[in-house]
Write a protein that binds this ligand. Structure first.
Ligand code: FAD
Length: 505
């Protein structure tokens, strides 16, 4: 085997090599005496300053000064050098032709055998272009920040962990308004429930364009509407290890436009229309129920008459036949009455947000609540998935339950007039609690109240006792359950649980 001898380590390079190395180095090098009088400059010095070695040598380094560098900089420089320490810094220099440049300079004292400063070694390079680039970046950053800050929409940039990297004044206002730690997270969760997996840190994430989101706030504050867009952004990784192998850093820009004012106007109009539609519905339902009740009550005497006819047929045939024809007429009138019952038109199933339904019910009920001095505590789940249901039927259902609660609280002399509504997501169920601080329903009547035409409120013509059976029917139509319980603070709790998917028949 032919082994190569190891390279010789040369500790005593000939001085000529050092001279050539300095002469050919691509950085401006000068060697001065202790007063900064130039003794030697290399070619690169000539290229940078415009002074040839012959012109520079014998001059003082101060020929390079533009006389605009602050005195303190020179003071610090000379103080370091006088103490025998190297110094690095930036000076504004002037070339032979009068043009200026920014020099990044490193000066090191060169000591003689007795440790005295014999010379200074200066090395500098023109960093004007770098400075200009850095300034441009800084200016652009300042410009972008002021544009972002002045934008009339909330802007927030999240990194691949969901941390806020940049936000603007409008977003800060949103933090204060919504009183949640990170409104961006709340909005993203409302728009895309598994947003962290879907939108963050993926190689090609897809954002979403203007999507309108509604955020319900606890304590009866009016809901807010936002038009949100999410835009994935990828930038090149600036870290050194990305120099040869480019890697991307992923961000998500969320643009949030508060459209509450616009939507509140639209909401007012919608609620007015809804109020009259619900009033019409209620009217039709009341007619349906009154007629059904009347027919239910008439059926009794007619049945008695029918058995009387049977008994009289042998003994008093004439009487029986007169009664029979009266009975026939009665049945015919009853049938006519049945024809008059307004039809219960079935609406189509659609995705329904129960927070919105309850908000509508509360808005529609506001005049009655105010008139009876009832305070309402509204605790919606901040975000609620939709269920599949009939919006109008659900509104009527919750309106009936709220009406019952208002009625219970409005009794003469009743002092604690508090109503609380809350929604929560419990597994695959949406849970709605309507709690009143009224007298409650005795345990022995809790099942009876669901019987048609049963009422605890006396028969004054106003209470047919069909509200709860109808409500129970509506809940059953949606595959859910309705229970009447003791409210935690006393009074009655109407608990409705509806499955997320709904159960369309
Ligand atoms: P002043 O600072 O008032 O100084 C007047 C003279 O005294 C100058 O000759 C100065 O060199 C000398 N001097 C000042 N203080 C001391 C001290 N504590 N000890 C010894 N001498 C002193 N300046 C630049 O503007 N650009 C350069 O690129 C540059 N390169 C330099 C490279 C080296 C190796 C050294 C040692 C100095 C360099 N200087 C440079 C500094 C320069 O010598 C001047 O101090 C500076 O330019 C200020 O000039 P001035 O005319 O205001 O003179």
């Amino acid at each position: 085997m032919n082994l190569k001898p190891p390279p010789k380590v040369c500790t005593d390079l000939p001085p000529e090599i050092f001279r050539q190395a300095v002469a050919q180095a691509d950085v401006a090098i000068s060697i001065t005496d202790p007063q900064a009088n130039i003794l030697y400059v290399n070619e690169a010095f000539a290229r940078v300053t415009g002074y040839s070695p012959r012109e520079a040598e014998g001059q003082n380094e101060s020929i390079l000064s533009n006389h605009t560098t602050p005195r303190e900089v020179y003071g610090a420089m000379w103080a370091a050098l006088a103490g025998g320490h190297p110094w690095t810094g930036r000076l504004l220099n002037r070339r032979k032709d009068g043009s200026q440049y920014l020099a990044e300079l490193a000066i090191a004292p060169v000591l003689d055998g007795e440790g005295q400063i014999a010379h200074y070694l200066g090395m500098h390079r023109d960093i004007s272009e770098l400075h200009s680039l850095v300034s441009q970046v800084r200016n652009q950053k300042a410009l972008i920040e002021s544009v972002v800050d002045g934008a009339p929409v909330a802007l927030v940039l999240l990194d691949d962990q969901g941390q806020v990297m940049l936000d603007n004044q409008e977003y800060k206002k949103l933090v204060a308004d919504l009183r949640v730690a990170e409104p961006a997270h709340l909005l993203l969760e409302t728009a895309v429930p598994n947003w962290r997996e879907q939108l963050l840190g993926k190689d090609s994430p897809v954002g979403f364009p203007a999507r309108e989101l509604r955020i319900d706030r606890p304590g009866g504050a009016s809901p807010r509407w936002f038009s949100c867009s999410a835009l994935p952004i990828a930038t090149l990784d600036e870290r050194a290890d990305g120099f040869y192998e480019e890697s991307l850093r992923h961000y998500l820009l969320l643009v949030v436009n508060d459209v509450s004012a616009l939507r509140q106007g639209q909401e007012k109009a919608r609620l007015a229309a809804l109020r009259s539609l619900m009033a019409e519905e209620e009217h039709a339902a009341a007619m349906r129920e009154s007629l059904s009740a009347a027919m239910f009550r008439l059926e009794g005497p007619l049945n008695i008459m029918s058995s009387a006819v049977g008994m009289l047929r042998l003994r008093e045939p004439a009487m029986a036949s007169a009664l029979e024809s009266a009975l026939g007429e009665g049945r015919a009138h009853l049938e006519e009455l049945r024809q008059l019952i307004p039809l219960d038109t079935r609406e189509a199933m659609a995705p329904v947000n129960l927070n919105e339904v309850l908000r509508d019910v509360l808005d529609v009920s506001t005049p009655r609540l105010l008139a009876n001095g009832i305070t309402v505590s509204w605790q919606p789940a901040p975000t609620l998935p939709t269920i599949l249901g009939r919006p109008m039927q659900l509104r009527s259902l919750f309106k009936a339950l709220v009406d019952n609660a208002i009625e219970a609280l409005s009794q003469k002399g009743w002092r604690v007039r508090e109503l609380s509504l809350s929604t929560a997501l419990e597994g695959a169920l949406v849970q709605v609690c309507i709690d009143d601080r009224g007298p409650g329903i005795p345990a022995e009547l809790r099942l009876k109240v669901f019987e048609p035409f049963f009422t605890t409120r006396g028969n004054q013509g106003q209470h047919l006792g069909t509200g709860l059976p109808r409500a129970q029917q509506a809940v059953a139509d949606h595959g859910g359950i309705l229970e009447l319980l003791d409210a935690p603070g006393g009074g009655c709790r109407a608990l409705v649980e509806l499955p997320l998917e709904g159960e369309a028949e």
